[in-house]
Design a protein around this ligand. Structure first.
Ligand code: BES
Ligand code: ZN
Ligand code: ZN
Length: 475
């Protein structure tokens, strides 16, 4: 899609946000009569079309306008334009804050996303609008927001595509190679390590998980601005390209969507791409821990004890609690070798997150107030919602082992499930020492959507790319 910050004269449909309680003098007599006839008052996300040349699509913002309302309006309007087979659209933001340009373009582009790689014909994409003009009062500033929005939306698309890809075509090497290609294309370094190197380094926890699969484990290390001398920010992502549960195989339908279990790694990759394309000038390292959790002959067994990169021993008391084993090695390696300014990890780590917070809020757990409060602020802007869960010493005690240092699931066992998200985070906290600020995002619920909304599609959501990119660019 091509975006413009002024009228091209070719627009076939103009999207006009209308605030509930609007001033009548803003509209022509004919328009007001139309509103009256249709009972259109500007109520949030209601709409009406005047068939003119160009067509006018009025869409309600409700009483308060904010950037997420604009994002939603734009997403909804773009879908209407697609249904109407309109190629050339505009959004009229005159009289509104120029910053809304970003939300408007994000909304349109994210709203139009569909995953059609495995369909015979590109049916929907062929009907998509291809030109978008932003009508605004400050073209120059709008241009800046246009670039930002396009990069963010394309990075979200990238993550959605990766998450939606079936595991038949998506495995650790494929993910690592994708990272390598993107690094070449946009200009960040990518180093890939396979089983042999990881064995030498001591990644026994991550390799333990990988043993049940014939797909080789991979660690991809992405680096932006490697020549900078400051301490880097490290982003670490769980990249389980399929989680069958291991020998303790996932029951019933629980396995169905487990191609999405690499959502954390994909989000790290998407964020690196966005930061790079937006010219972020600080050093950032992205780590993708890539494995498949299967049940092959050599699969790790309940009761096995694995020694992680930092020397701590872990009893595998559940083969389905594999993500934390991957991150244990990845994060302790990152801390030891890069002395990071901070570590932020992202993982589809626990089903308990969904029970606690549902599908639209991610859990954040950590021990650094600054990091968490900063992220909360940005989260209000991007509307990728987060909710903090606590982490106490007693949670860490629940993860102690009996004949090993740690267990990968909490005790005492509870028929109610217990604090699964917090104890998983407590486990991770054993692999980042107190000296490094760290926070963990459990995106088990938010990485994958079962419903379509204005700008979130079914399947992979790309949740977190806008949040992390904007957060890091502010710091
Ligand atoms: N990948 C799953 C968590 C998950 C569940 C992500 C649903 C997305 C949707 C993870 O590896 C897992 O299986 N966790 C177990 C942990 C348990 C065995 C302690 C869980 O949450 O049930
Ligand atoms: Zn699992
Ligand atoms: Zn998993």
């Amino acid at each position: 899609m091509r975006t413009h910050t002024k009228k091209t004269g070719k627009e076939e449909l103009i999207i006009i946000p209308v605030q509930e309680g609007y001033e009548k003098k803003k509209f022509s007599k004919k328009t007001l009569e139309h509103f009256e006839k249709k009972g259109f008052t500007g109520k949030k996300l209601t709409h009406t079309i005047i068939q003119d040349k160009p067509q006018k699509l009025f869409i309600g913002t409700g009483k308060e306008i904010d950037s997420d309302t604009i994002r939603k309006i734009a997403g909804k309007a773009a879908k209407i334009a697609r249904e109407e087979h309109v190629k050339n659209i505009a959004i009229d933001l005159r009289g509104l804050e120029v910053t809304y340009t970003q939300a408007a373009i994000e909304g349109v582009r994210l709203g139009l996303y569909t995953y059609e790689d495995y369909k015979k014909r590109d049916k929907d994409a062929a009907k998509d609008p291809t030109e978008l003009s932003i009508l605004c009062d400050d073209e120059k500033t709008a241009g800046h927001y246009t670039k930002k929005a396009n990069v963010l939306a394309e990075s979200v698309w990238l993550v959605r595509d990766l998450v939606n890809k079936p595991a038949s075509d998506k495995y650790p090497k494929m993910m690592a190679e994708t990272a390598k290609e993107l690094g070449k294309k946009y200009g960040f370094d990518v180093k890939i390590m396979g089983r042999k190197e990881l064995e030498k380094l001591g990644f026994a926890a991550m390799l333990g998980v990988a043993r049940g699969s014939d797909k080789e484990a991979q660690l991809a290390i992405l680096e932006l601005n490697p020549k900078n001398t400051e301490k880097p920010v490290v982003l670490a992502g769980k990249g389980v390209t399929f989680d069958a549960g291991g020998l303790q195989i996932k029951p019933g339908n629980y396995m169905l969507e487990m191609k999405m279990d690499m959502g954390g790694a994909a989000t790290v990759l998407g964020t690196m791409v966005a930061l790079c394309r937006l010219g972020h000038n600080k050093r950032v390292i992205g780590m993708l821990g890539l494995v498949e959790n299967m049940l092959g002959d050599d699969a790790y067994k309940p009761g096995d004890i694995l020694t992680a990169y930092n020397g701590k021993t872990i009893e595998v008391r559940h083969t389905d609690a594999e993500g934390r084993l991957v991150l244990a090695d990845v994060m302790s390696y990152a801390e030891k070798n890069y002395e990071p300014a901070c570590i932020i990890d992202l993982a589809t780590l626990t089903g308990a997150t969904i029970i606690a917070l549902g599908y639209r809020i991610a859990a954040v757990v950590g021990r650094d107030r600054g990091l968490i409060e900063g992220l909360k602020k940005t989260s209000e802007e991007t509307q990728e919602l987060i909710w903090e869960l606590p982490l106490y010493e007693h949670h860490k005690k629940m993860m102690q082992g009996s004949i090993s240092d740690l267990s990968n699931i909490h005790h005492p066992p509870s028929s109610m499930g217990g604090p699964g998200t917090i104890t998983a985070a407590a486990f991770l906290s054993e692999f980042v020492t107190e000296k490094t600020p760290w926070m963990h995002l459990d995106i088990a619920g938010t990485a994958y959507s079962y419903e379509e909304t204005e700008y979130v599609s079914k399947g992979g959501t790309g949740w977190g790319v806008r949040l992390l990119t904007q957060y890091l660019m502010k710091e």
